[in-house]
Design a protein around this ligand. Structure first.
Ligand code: BGC
Length: 354
């Protein structure tokens, strides 16, 4: 079988536009390996030891750029300049109305058609344990105001964390709300669904949605007494078939959770996940106010890395973010980046075993 992953930098194929795409290897002193491609600055694999020391790839992905171009699930990609939905694909900044791409019913999802997830980023630096990639988005690209320079750095630490550092600047006031769309499966990426894996979310509230189009109502509702209550770890599958209307709208979990924070901007634990079979545990941290927990409800059957077959709920996402539609929702923390100011945030996924 093709092993793309022995060298620090290898070809990952050629994009439809004829660009050469590469994949980079990061590894730490514990033998943990992470692959990143310059296509979408996407995480391709995260290989960690399980409780028996067997190396396990816990990330869904594809073997080459063509897989990423063909499929629409955003596996491992950086989403920019705005993650999640903007209602009616419209926003108003300083009194000017901007119309965005409509790519999810009448709404804008993950910035629109050909977001930063579907561009080849420039590699600014790469070492054994880190890589920095940059991407430009022009004024009015997908409808957003301002020329934006974005930068993402992945750092693989010796305590088995994958840190993601985001930076962006724009020459006009605009939206900056980056995330990473990694799909995790802590039993291994080709091992079937994630329903038996445990999840804790450090969130005593969530933002209910209006309907299946998944725009928040604007309310910040308690999770207590609902299937959204992950404040104590439970399996992802336990309440996923509930007849709760919010679960119905999402076709499972596909909601923004309001993180319990000691103070605004604090870099703190947002979630903890665990697979009993491999013993692999993941702790996720962020300085952002929210996290979209998406249980992979819309992943259709498809071939992934190295012949693996993926399908519905074979991976889960923990997308750190400003709340969906926060640009239009005065009650939500604003994702507006002022001209000339630096947007800087950090999210980290740390692995261990139990
Ligand atoms: C959204 C889902 C969507 C998925 C893939 C998630 O962030 O919340 O509704 O299906 O991305 O596009």
């Amino acid at each position: 079988m093709l092993d793309l992953y022995q060298e620090a930098k290898e070809s990952f194929g050629t994009s439809k536009q004829g660009e050469a795409v590469s994949v980079y290897l990061l590894q730490n002193k514990n033998g943990m390996k992470v692959r990143v491609t310059d296509y979408g600055a996407s995480l391709v694999s995260i290989i960690v030891p399980d409780k028996n020391g067997s190396m396990t790839d816990v990330l869904l992905g594809y073997d080459n750029v063509t897989g990423y171009e063909t499929h629409t699930c955003y596996f491992g990609a950086v989403i920019g300049r705005n993650g999640n939905r903007i209602a009616n694909a419209q926003l108003t900044i300083n009194g000017t109305v901007y119309s965005l791409d409509q790519n999810d019913n009448e709404n804008n999802l993950h910035s629109g058609v050909k977001g930063m997830d579907a561009k080849v980023w420039a590699v600014k630096q790469a070492t054994d344990t880190s890589i920095t990639l940059t991407c430009k988005s022009a004024d009015r690209e997908q409808g957003f105001p301002g020329n934006m320079d974005a930068q993402v750095t992945y750092v693989l630490t010796d305590d088995n964390a994958v840190e993601i550092h985001y930076e962006a600047v724009s020459d006009q006031d605009t939206v900056a709300n980056f995330t990473n769309h990694a799909y995790f499966n802590l039993s291994g990426h080709g091992s079937g669904d994630v329903l038996g894996q445990e999840l804790m979310l450090r969130a005593s509230h969530f933002t209910p949605v209006i309907d299946a189009k998944a725009i928040p109502t604007g309310e910040i509702a308690p999770v207590a007494g609902t299937p959204m209550d992950f404040t104590t770890a439970k399996t992802i599958g336990r309440d996923i078939a509930s007849d709760d209307i919010q679960i119905g709208y999402g076709g499972g979990f596909d909601h923004n959770f309001v993180l319990d924070k000691a103070e605004k901007g604090a870099f703190e634990l947002m979630a903890q996940a665990y697979a009993p079979d491999t013993g692999i545990e993941m702790k996720a941290y962020t300085d952002l106010p929210g996290v979209q927990f998406y249980s992979g409800n819309f992943v259709t059957e498809q071939e992934g890395k190295q012949g693996a077959v993926y399908g519905k709920r074979h991976g889960f996402c923990l997308e750190s973010q400003y709340f969906p539609n926060s640009v239009n929702e005065p009650g939500f923390e604003s994702p507006i980046l002022k001209a000339g100011e630096v947007y800087r945030t950090k999210t980290s996924y740390q692995f261990g075993v139990r």
